[in-house]
Structure formats: structure tokens, C-alpha cells
Write a protein that binds this ligand. Structure first.
Ligand SMILES: [Zn+2]
Length: 218
């Protein structure tokens, strides 16, 4: 055990990442493992603008509760468990279709407040399993109001317009990019980030998210 692991165990006694049952070791209890394997079915979607999108899990039930703790309650170490599910999904759906992995970032201010950028952690975990490193290609220039507070697709599109800027452009030119994010809802955020990457020279952009919310209406 590393000291970091020991410190984490004191802060967060080992519990199942999904149902929070206390466990001696490991990160998923056998019940959730079974449940997740049944839930883990890659969902494909093509977003307006043509971006192909794959998600590992449905954003519901124990997955939703777990992701909320990951994002808002300091459980950054959940990324290791999620990364495996995402890597399996990508291997099934996107093998050999990209040259570079990147992520949809939070702003510097948000990262400072939260202590981590959740999509960056996911990208790192997915890459770790492939022996690679993600590349930062986007910066979030300003904090827009939360997408979750907006209901219409129009509002959500307008809310993210212009919030991302491409960085490390020289690494993007002619590349097929895999863009990692945590949750896909209407796809407005992913579409906008993909648009910025294409404009900066990416040949193609595909999106991989941990979870996808069911599409309502529209
Ligand atoms: Zn469990």
C-alpha cells in the first residue's frame, strides 16, 4: 500500500464505487459488478454536426449516483474503475479509428476548486490501460452556467458556444481525435468541443463518454 492509498482509506474507507457497501478490498462489490456488466452496453449516437459518439454506461441508477460522487464529492479515484469500462467500450466500437486521445476540460478555476478535472482523469485512465498519454488540446476559457440547469437544446447549444479554445494545435493537425468526456446529455458540449478541434486542424473527432443520459423528446 502506498501512503496515498492509506490516506485515501482514512478519508474514504474502501467502499463499492457504485453502491457504497463497505469492502475489504477492491472497488466494486460482486453485486454491482454483475449489474454493471449487464448495463455496460455501448451506446452509439451521431450528434448534430456529424460527430460520432460512444458511451459505456447509461446515466441512471447506481451509475448516476456514483458519477455524482466522482464529480462533486472528491471521489477522484473512481476514475480508475470507470476507465476500464470506457477502454472496453472504445476497443469494441472505436479500435483503430483514432490517433490521439484528449478530453473536454473544465476551466482552470473549476479545476482549482474541485482539485481535479474529471474528464482529464478519465482520459488518463483510458490511456493508461493502452500504455499511452492523453494530450491537452482544449482550454475552457470561461465558466458558463451549468448545462444541467438548461432544458432546451437551443439554450444548451448557445450556452457552450465559444467557451472552448484549441491549444497545442500543432499536435492536432491531420489527426483523428478521440475526445473523452464524463456524461453525454444532449451532446451540445461534445459537439462544440469537436467543432473547435476540427476548426483547429483535426482530421476527425470521435467522442467517448463514461455515461449517456437517455434522450428525451427532440
Ligand atoms: Zn456495489
Amino acid at each position: 500500500m502506498t501512503w496515498k492509498r492509506v490516506a485515501l482509506d482514512l478519508l474514504f474507507p474502501p467502499k463499492c464505487v457504485f453502491c457504497q457497501k463497505l469492502m475489504e478490498r477492491g472497488e466494486i462489490c460482486p453485486d454491482c459488478e454483475k449489474k454493471l456488466r449487464a448495463m455496460e452496453q455501448p451506446k452509439n449516437r451521431t450528434l448534430p454536426g456529424g460527430t460520432f459518439c460512444v458511451s459505456a454506461l447509461p446515466y441512471e441508477d447506481i451509475v448516476r449516483e456514483s458519477i455524482l460522487r466522482f464529480k462533486f464529492e472528491g471521489r477522484d479515484f473512481y476514475a480508475a474503475v470507470y476507465g476500464e469500462s470506457m477502454a472496453r467500450t472504445a476497443a469494441l466500437e472505436l479500435a483503430d479509428r483514432f490517433d490521439l486521445v484528449t478530453w473536454v476540460p473544465v476551466s482552470k478555476r473549476r479545476k482549482r476548486e474541485r482539485g481535479y478535472d474529471q474528464a482529464e482523469l478519465l482520459a488518463k485512465e483510458v490511456c493508461r490501460l493502452w500504455g499511452a498519454e492523453p494530450v491537452r488540446t482544449l482550454e475552457k476559457k470561461r465558466d458558463n452556467p451549468a448545462q444541467s440547469g438548461l432544458t432546451s437544446a437551443e439554450e444548451r447549444r448557445a450556452n457552450v458556444l465559444g467557451v472552448y479554445e484549441a491549444v497545442n494545435r500543432e499536435q492536432l493537425t491531420g489527426k483523428r481525435v478521440l475526445l473523452v468526456d464524463d456524461i453525454l446529455t444532449t451532446g451540445s458540449t461534445a459537439s462544440e468541443a469537436a467543432r473547435v478541434l476540427r476548426f483547429a486542424g483535426a482530421l476527425d473527432v470521435m467522442v467517448l463518454t463514461l455515461a449517456a443520459a437517455e434522450q428525451k423528446g427532440n
